[in-house]
Design a protein around this ligand. Structure first.
Ligand SMILES: C[S@@+](CC[C@H](N)C(=O)[O-])C[C@H]1O[C@@H](n2cnc3c(N)ncnc32)[C@H](O)[C@@H]1O
Length: 196
């Protein structure tokens, strides 16, 4: 198993069942046992478009995304979406059907926070997402990982490049807007890809 397939804080792998837990328990697992529950997301200023919060959990990062995008959609596994639907509305739309969302919505930004690093590369999930973006001329994406999983980001970029996309811009996001408790160990990188 390579370094990025297992990150230090993450011994939890049963994501398909997470939504069945109580809200405090879900929050505990999502934050890696931190006591604080607040957004870790930061976005560069891409305005006026629709954003997909990929692996949105309980919607911790939705308030940040709504500052930049007019429409924000939460996507997660079926049990988590079921749980989200029992809570006060956070997103414009929540769904566990990614092909349907990407075919019906004009998604131009995918935000992910500590989701893809949990997936083993052999699962093809990221490749499937990229394949579903065929009609999208340009996509911005923020890929946020726990620091120990930075190698994961390199492979992520390659997936896009090998699938006919061109990397136009990339940068590390500053964590200065984050509280020191919320996410000092989370590395945010954003990318702008366009179709070749
Ligand atoms: C560490 S939590 C992060 C949740 C949220 N992004 C946040 O920062 O609060 C990981 C999330 O990824 C979701 N997840 C795991 N595998 C997934 C998959 N294959 N597709 C979509 N979501 C997935 C889990 O259900 C969980 O909500």
């Amino acid at each position: 198993m390579s370094d990025y397939q297992k990150v230090d804080y993450d011994s939890y792998t049963n994501w398909h069942e997470l939504g069945k837990e109580t809200i405090p328990q879900i929050q505990k697992l999502i934050t890696g046992n931190k006591e604080i529950w607040e957004p870790t997301a930061i976005t560069p200023s891409f305005t006026g478009d629709s954003a997909l919060d990929f692996g949105c959990g309980l919607g911790r990062n939705a308030p940040v995304l709504f500052k930049e995008f007019t429409r924000v959609i939460g996507y997660d596994l079926p049990v988590m979406i079921k749980k989200l639907k029992t809570l006060p509305k956070i997103y414009d739309l929540v769904s566990h059907d990614l092909p349907a969302v990407l075919s019906r919505e004009n998604i131009t930004h995918i935000h992910e926070c500590v989701v893809w690093q949990h997936l083993t590369w052999s699962s093809n999930i990221i490749q499937n997402v990229i394949d579903l973006l065929t009609k999208t001329p340009s996509i911005t994406t923020v890929y946020s990982v726990w620091n120990s999983a930075v190698n994961h980001q390199k492979d992520f970029k390659e997936y896009f490049l090998n699938s006919g996309w061109k990397l136009v811009e990339t940068d590390q996001l500053t964590t200065s807007q984050l509280s020191s408790l919320a996410g000092p160990n989370i590395a945010h990188t954003w990318y702008l890809f366009i179709k070749n």
